[in-house]
Each structure stands twice: as structure tokens, then as C-alpha cells.
Write a protein of this length. Structure first.
Length: 573
């Protein structure tokens, strides 16, 4: 059985889209004293989307339960149905615990024409004394697949992470939270499944009801071009000398928080080495990737990294902005904390037919250390960076300057010098070219966008992710002494509007594994086949003959084949 390698991350928190702003250091071990401010956002209207219900089974009747398929991999105990409690499974029988692995698999669900698909359900376990046994081992897990083989042990499943497992007392039903069904699990024959496990020494009863799968019909989804960008200083992530003591716990907490925030791209600071990025991506799952520059194996460097959803963001290049002008009497390198240069990540936001190029300038400025020189170095670094970004290489690009600025955008955190202006005043004063979208927040993590992106920023969407700290136990000691800050950007989407599908055009086999054949009757012999993913991104395929293409190298998912004026969807297994 193939299961996506996500380590049973069980915390669930809804990322806020507008809310409460507080200082990033509300804990006794803060590095320096700050005044705490609270800013309340109001007037942010919710983004409304048309939804359709694709699956709705209460499991409170035999007919509802029987629409699902049960499959026992190990043990004699199986899923059963209760008119009061729904679908139930337990490894306890006759006063004894038994080892079990049992699957409850949904009927097929056609997800080929639906975006933003999410699964919800209500569940509980009991009794209170044993309800959490096996949670950390993944005994109560949920999966999705684009192609069920009939046997869960041979099916390629993708685990749906972020289940709310925090049942307060035994037998009390709680909502699962919204679990996102990934693109790789979407096809005309998608299924979701619940896997129950127990051992011969421990077991708890799992009860599930009110299972629903909802999504947004393609063509009516106004959020298709909506991208959420998050900044986070992860406090010496991967370093054994500094930051939180338990590195494994910190890494798991960071991954859980990122999945809960559900952003499209994360810009991180204080990532200690390249191996940590790989470990974090493994925890997040196969839909994610990452990069850190410069590549380093050192245990405790401080680098800026990027983590992103590969279906939504394409990494084009990564480098350091390591060459710049001296300022304020210091070299460019010294102003940037003796060489902690800005990391430039060139990416494409994948929204529709045309990718949107964006340059993410991820910075970590000199921290306040109680003397005037720190402020001067931040000021010099800001001046040096703006000179680069104002230059011909960047002054027409879609820029987001993001990171740990270690100062305010209005006023300053510094009390060690006779200064009142922010060291980034040069950016905020240049309103023709830059928009400091977090300038009114008394925090030190910020986003500044170039004028090219100012109109794409969703007004009022910038916010600290306060729910992250509320949903991770002892957050400031186990995870980070900084809160993430997010903002959203809306872009126009061409998407399927550019592809008028031809329903009568024959392609086969569908789903396809290695080769896809299409009917070439009436087609111009000069018409070349083109394959696109559902964002409109062209995919590389090889033509085998005049009516066949090789699709073996394509990742599993749903694609569009276009030849001349004809277009049709197909599924790659």
C-alpha cells in the first residue's frame, strides 16, 4: 500500500483571513521588550463562492452506510452501522483488544469539474481514558484517491491532513474541520476512505457520521485566482543549539500550522540548513516543495527559505541579492547582519492559462541588540535594497518584499538612538512605486508590494495568524517566538474559458497510464496535440504517431488534451 508520507499531524486550526494583530513576542523569553498593541480589523466581507454537494451521507441508516464499501485488511472486527452513532469500528471484543486494520471506502465521486473540494464529517472516540490511544500513530486517518483498485493495500492513497482530533471527552462528537482533497486525487472515479487501526493491547472505538464532500463548479469559482502568501520566522528551525529544545516536535508543529493555514506559499526565516527544508516538505506531503539559499549543511545557519504548493506555485529561480551599495558608513554585507542577504525567489503563480511571474524578496534584517548601530544597519540595508529594486532589473516586476524586518514600517522599535522614523521609510514614502500593506501594524514582520501588484492585493486581508498560537500547545516555547503574517492576492483567471471542451471527441483509454489515443478523423495533419493541467499550464508530452501521445511521465491527475479546435479532459493514473 502506498500512503503519502505525512506524519499524522493532528492539530487543526482555521487560518484567519482578517483579525487581531498583536506583537510577535508575547512571552517571557522574548528577545527584547516591546509594547503590546491590539488592532482590530473590521469590514472584511467574506468571499462568497457557489458550492455543490458531491457526497452527503449521514451514516445513520443502513442505506447510507451501505453506499460505502468496507474492507478488512487485518483482524476479525469490522466497520458496523448504528442508527444513533453512524459508522463505528472497534478493536475491542469479548473483553479483549485485537489487532485490526479496517477501511470504510466511499462510492465513486466525479471531481473532474470541481474546484476547492473539501471533506467534512463529525466523529468521536471513547472512552475518555483510552480515546487518544493510537492518535500519534495515525490509527484514525482519512485518505483520497483518483483510482481505487478494489483493494486499499494496492491503491495509491493521499492522506488528508489536518483532522481535528482534539475530542474533549469520550463519546463527544466534534467536527473534523475542512479537509482539502488535492488535485492529484481528483478524477471521474475519486473516492475518500477512512482507515481504522488497533493493536492487541490497545483500542478505542471510532464513530463517524454526517460525511459531506463539497466543491465549487469550475467556471463559477471566484477564488481560482486567489493566492495566499504567508511570512514566518520559524526561530532556528533545524538548529540543535538555539530555539526550541525538541527539534522533532518543532518541525511537526511547524508542518501542522502550515497545513492549517493552507497558504499557497510560505516565506520562512531562520531555517538552519537545507536538510530541514527537505524534512519539512516530507511532513507536508507530495503536493509541496521548497528551496533555501544558499544551500548549506551547517547545523545552525540562519537562511531564508520558501515552501510552496506545486499545483499553485512554480519555482523558476532562487538566488541571493548579495551585491549592493554600501550605506550609512557600512558595507552592504555588514548592513545585512554580516552577510544574511535577501533571498530572491522568482516564481510563477499558476492561475489559469497564463502563469503570473512574481519575485519574492525574502529578508531577515539586523535584529535590535540594544545599541544604535543595529538601527543604522537596518537603515543602510533598506537603502541598499531599494537601490537594487529601483534599478532596471526589477522596477517593472511584480515584487513582494517579505520577511522579518525587525522593525516597524511606521516609527521604530529602537530606543537606543535619537530616531523616530522607520528605517524603511524610504519604501513607505515612495507611494508611487511601493505599498507597505502592513505599515499600520505595530509588528516587525511585513509585506511591501510593488505598484505592479498593489491592485491585486485583497484589501484588509493582511493579518497575523493568531489561531496558530492558540491551537498549538505551548506554542512560543515549542514552535516559534514569532507569529506568521499572511496576505492574499487576487488575479484574473482564464482557465477553462480558454478551452471549449468537445464532449463528443473520443480519447481512450481514459483514465490512461502510458499512452493516450485520440480520434484524428477530420483533423488537420499539421495540428499538434497539446496537454494542459487544470491551471492552464502546458505539460510536456511526446507524440507517438498521428493519433497517440505518450503520457507516462505525467503525474497522476486530470488534464486537458487540445488538438486544433478540439479539447477534452482525461485522467492520468
Amino acid at each position: 500500500m502506498y500512503v503519502c508520507p505525512v506524519n499524522n499531524i493532528c492539530r487543526n486550526s482555521a487560518a484567519i483571513f482578517g483579525g487581531v494583530f498583536i506583537d510577535g513576542y508575547p512571552k517571557p523569553m522574548q528577545k527584547y521588550t516591546r509594547l503590546l498593541f491590539v488592532v482590530l480589523l473590521s469590514g472584511l466581507a467574506p468571499l462568497l463562492t457557489a458550492q455543490t454537494t458531491l457526497l452527503d451521507q449521514s451514516m445513520l441508516s443502513a442505506a447510507s452506510f451501505n453506499s460505502f464499501t468496507t474492507y478488512s485488511v487485518a483482524g476479525t472486527q469490522t466497520w458496523n452501522q448504528s442508527n444513533q452513532y453512524g459508522a463505528t469500528c472497534t478493536g475491542y471484543s469479548g473483553g479483549q483488544n485485537y489487532q485490526n486494520e479496517d477501511w470504510l471506502i466511499s462510492p465513486t465521486i466525479n471531481l473532474t469539474q470541481t474546484d476547492n473540494v473539501k471533506l467534512t464529517f463529525d466523529h468521536t472516540r471513547g472512552t475518555t481514558a483510552i480515546m487518544n490511544v493510537g492518535v500519534e500513530l495515525g490509527w484514525y486517518s482519512v485518505y483520497a484517491t483518483a483510482n481505487y483498485t478494489g483493494d486499499p493495500t494496492t491503491t495509491q492513497w493521499i492522506e488528508l491532513t489536518g483532522i481535528n482530533q482534539n475530542i474533549p471527552v469520550g463519546w463527544q462528537f466534534i467536527p473534523s474541520g475542512e479537509l482539502v482533497v488535492p488535485e492529484a486525487a481528483k478524477s471521474a472515479n475519486s473516492r475518500i476512505a477512512f482507515r481504522y487501526m488497533s493493536s492487541n493491547t490497545q483500542s478505542a472505538t471510532w464513530e463517524i457520521k454526517n460525511i459531506k464532500v463539497k466543491g465549487e463548479p469550475q467556471g463559477s469559482n471566484p477564488n481560482a485566482g486567489l493566492f495566499k502568501v504567508t511570512n514566518w520566522n520559524t526561530e532556528w528551525l533545524g538548529c540543535t543549539q538555539f530555539g526550541p529544545v525538541n527539534e522533532t516536535q518543532q518541525l511537526n508543529n511547524v508542518a501542522a500550522a502550515m497545513l492549517a493555514m493552507n497558504s499557497d506559499v510560505f516565506c520562512l526565516q531562520e531555517v538552519s540548513n537545507t536538510a530541514t527544508v527537505g524534512a519539512l516538505v516530507t511532513l507536508l506531503g507530495p503536493e509541496w516543495s521548497g528551496s533555501v539559499v544558499p544551500v548549506t549543511a551547517s547545523d545552525c545557519d540562519q537562511r531564508q527559505a520558501i515552501i510552496y504548493k506545486t499545483a499553485r506555485v512554480q519555482l523558476v529561480g532562487a538566488t541571493e541579492l548579495s551585491t549592493g551599495s554600501p550605506a550609512q558608513g557600512n558595507s552592504y554585507a555588514y548592513n545585512w547582519s554580516s552577510g544574511r542577504f535577501p533571498a530572491l525567489y522568482t516564481v510563477n503563480f499558476l492561475a489559469g492559462e497564463n502563469p503570473i511571474p512574481v519575485s519574492l524578496v525574502n529578508i531577515h534584517a539586523k535584529a535590535e541588540d540594544g545599541n544604535a548601530s543595529s538601527y543604522t544597519r537596518r537603515l543602510g540595508a533598506s537603502q541598499g535594497l531599494k537601490a537594487i529594486l529601483d534599478g532596471a532589473a526589477y522596477n517593472t516586476k511584480n515584487l513582494i518584499v517579505i520577511g522579518d524586518f525587525n522593525d516597524y514600517l511606521v516609527g521604530t522599535t529602537s530606543t537606543s538612538c535619537a530616531c523616530t522614523d522607520s528605517p524603511y521609510k524610504n519604501f513607505t514614502d515612495d507611494t508611487a512605486d511601493y505599498n507597505g500593506i502592513t505599515k499600520n501594524f505595530p509588528i516587525i514582520e511585513h509585506l511591501i508590494v510593488s505598484n505592479e501588484l498593489s491592485g491585486n492585493y485583497v484589501a484588509g486581508s493582511a493579518a497575523q495568524e493568531v489561531a496558530v498560537a492558540q491551537n498549538i500547545f505551548n506554542f512560543y516555547n515549542t514552535t516559534s517566538n514569532h507569529l506568521p503574517v499572511s496576505a492574499s492576492f487576487q488575479f484574473q483567471v482564464l482557465g477553462d474559458q480558454a478551452f471549449a471542451k468537445t464532449p463528443t471527441w473520443s480519447v481512450y483509454p481514459n483514465p490512461a497510464k502510458t499512452q493516450l489515443h485520440y480520434d484524428n478523423t477530420g483533423l488537420d495533419s499539421q495540428s499538434l496535440p497539446a496537454v494542459y493541467d487544470l491551471t492552464g499550464r502546458p505539460m510536456r508530452v511526446e507524440k507517438t504517431n498521428d493519433h497517440t501521445i505518450d503520457v507516462a511521465a505525467l503525474p497522476s491527475g486530470v488534464y486537458l488534451l487540445k488538438v486544433g479546435a478540439r479539447c477534452v479532459r482525461f485522467v492520468k493514473e
